[in-house]
Structure formats: C-alpha cells, structure tokens
Design a binder for this molecule. Sequence first.
Ligand code: PLP
Length: 379
Amino acid sequence: MKFGTKAIHAGITPDPTTGAIMTPIYQTSTYVQESPGKHKGYEYSRTHNPTRTALQNALAALENGQYGICFSSGMAATDAVLRLYKPGDEIIVTNDIYGGTYRIMKRIYEGYGLIFRFVDMSNPGNVTEAISDNTRMIWIETPTNPLLKIIDIKQITALCNGRNIHCVVDNTFASPYLQNPLDLGADIVMHSVTKYLGGHSDTVMGALITNDNELAKQLAFIQNAAGAVPGPQDCFLVLRGLKTLHIRMQRHCENAMQIATWLSNHPKVAMVYYPGLTSHPGHEIAKKQMRDFGGMLSFELKGDVYEEAVSTMERLELFSLGESLGGVESLCTHPASMTHASIPKAEREQVGLKDTLIRLSVGIEDVDDLIADLQQAIG
Ligand code: PLP
C-alpha cells in the first residue's frame, strides 16, 4: 500500500459494534468484565483503549513498523526510551537537538547515572570515536533542530550492528512521509506527534515505533507502568490529522523550498539553513534518505544584530511567534530564548546556534502571502 492510502486507511477498521467508519472516541476508564478475567481484550484505559489502539496501529504502519506505542507527549516518549538503560550506560547524542531532549538527558537522567556524549553526527567519524564498550544507545535527530543539519542514518545504524547498541531516531522534523528510519536500520523511531502527525496545533502527544518484539514489550510495559498515556479524545484528533498528512507535507515542502530560495536571494539575509538548497552541506544525504526536504528552515540576517532579529520577528504577521512546529499555520520561533533556552548559551554557541537565529515552521498557506509577510518584516 502506498503512503497516501496508508495515511487514510492503515490501522482503521469500522467500529465493530456500530460500523462507524471513524474510530469512536472511547471515553472510558474501564470495561465491564463478564466474570473475573473474562473480557473483550480491554480492562483499564491506562493499559489499553480502542481509540489509542487504532492510532498506535496507524502510526506503526506509517513508519513501516509492527508496534506503535503512544504517550502523553513527545517528552514522555523520550522518557520511556531512557528508562530502558541502567547507571553506567553510555548514550551518544546528536549535539544539535531539541532543547527539551537535552534537558531531560542532562537534568534528569544524568542524575540517575546515565552518561551522555553529545557529538556532531554530520561527521559519522565523531560517532565512531565516541563509542566505548559501555555504549548502549545512539540518539539521532535529523534534520536537526534548529540548524537543519542532516545525519546519515544508515551510516550510524551500521556502527550499531553487532555491538548491542540501539539506534533511536527522533523523526519529528521529517515525519514518516519524508523519512522512515526503521527501513534504514534504526531500532526505535520517536515522534513528537504534537507536530506534523497531529498537524493542527491542537494536541500534545508522543509515539515510539519499533519492529523489535522485545523492545516493544519493554516499552509497552513502561507505558502502562509509568502511565504517561494520551487520552482518547487526543488520539481521535491525531487519527483525523493523519488522514491529510501526505497532502499537508507536500505543501509544507513546496512552500519551504520557495521561501528558502527567496530568503537566500535576499540582500539582507546572511545565511539560510534548509536541506533542500544545493548549497546545504547535507543536501546529498538528504536527497538519499528523505523523499523531500521538509517544512522547517532557519535563517540569520546580515550584521548579526540581536535587536534586528527580534524586531523582524515582532513585525511578522502571518508567521505567528510561538513555540512548536508542524501545524498547518506558519510559525516563527526564536530558538535561543524559546525552544532551546534550556541549553546553556556557551553550549548553544559551540554548536553554532546564534542568539540571532530565526526558525520558521512553514505552514500550508498560499506561499505568496508568506513571502509578502517576510518581505515586509525583513524590509
Ligand atoms: N523532539 C523534537 C524534535 C521536538 O521539536 C519536540 C518539541 O518541540 C519534542 C521532541 C518534544 O515533544 P513534545 O513537545 O510533544 O513533548
């Protein structure tokens, strides 16, 4: 089945009791049993809920995985992955990542004895150098947030083979429409479902997808034992969002490509970070492992003046200033003070994240209007 058909049909069966074509919102905490232990597969909604089951199956299908496990946020999904490891285990992490991922690793799990090594994975040689006998997991985010670096997933998963190292990919920026890390050898795919999968800025949710039966069992155990599950209403909203994922992504990519090209020709723009531009250092890898280049881009203005970057963001009208990304409406973010504020300034600067960087989540509005908005804001 091709992607667009899967987005609409995968994991969805008409409701067995009524034939409803849309999965109902099973707003229930518990299920009546005929006699103790005799039930219809559902006992308690932290453990299983039919609306969540339908969504988990749909997400698994879109990532070419067998098992989908949903959580109440992307961070809860990341938290579940980190619970798989023990004190002394080493984890190698992309150095340009979502600030919340950095925060949970450094401020929570380092305290429990996990050891994190942040490296620039756009050069896989850095990963090879960081691997030790204690390495148990490699965490990749690609395209990276917010500098849109591209990491060669296949090269990194090859380093994990035969070494008892899991490879986990945060696929939030790409979405399964653009990239399927399990096909490239990853063990687990993580999503902030809040973003492109939900697609309408109305839900916070996370998901993990895997083909590994043992990992799926452990993660489902954590999902139930720790209990960070999404409610059925949110699952319904994401099920609805998924049905248009392919056409939304197509437009996100088209608009972002046009805006990146326009920005890179603008006399006041110093730098545009977008993997679709042939000048981008990761362009060739992106062409190989992604089907298109996504809806996210970042840029810097000439002169590198903080106040000018801030006033440009304030002048934008169609691009609303806010955290998050991946919704149908365009958003503009100031990573240094918003999404990446939890990373110390010195470390941000070390990876090249300037306080003047502006990040855009390009929506699916008419691109001419988006460009006109940027024109009036940049001047
Ligand atoms: N990963 C990436 C790449 C993100 O951008 C985010 C949120 O912005 C997360 C993970 C965390 O997801 P959530 O906000 O759903 O907890």
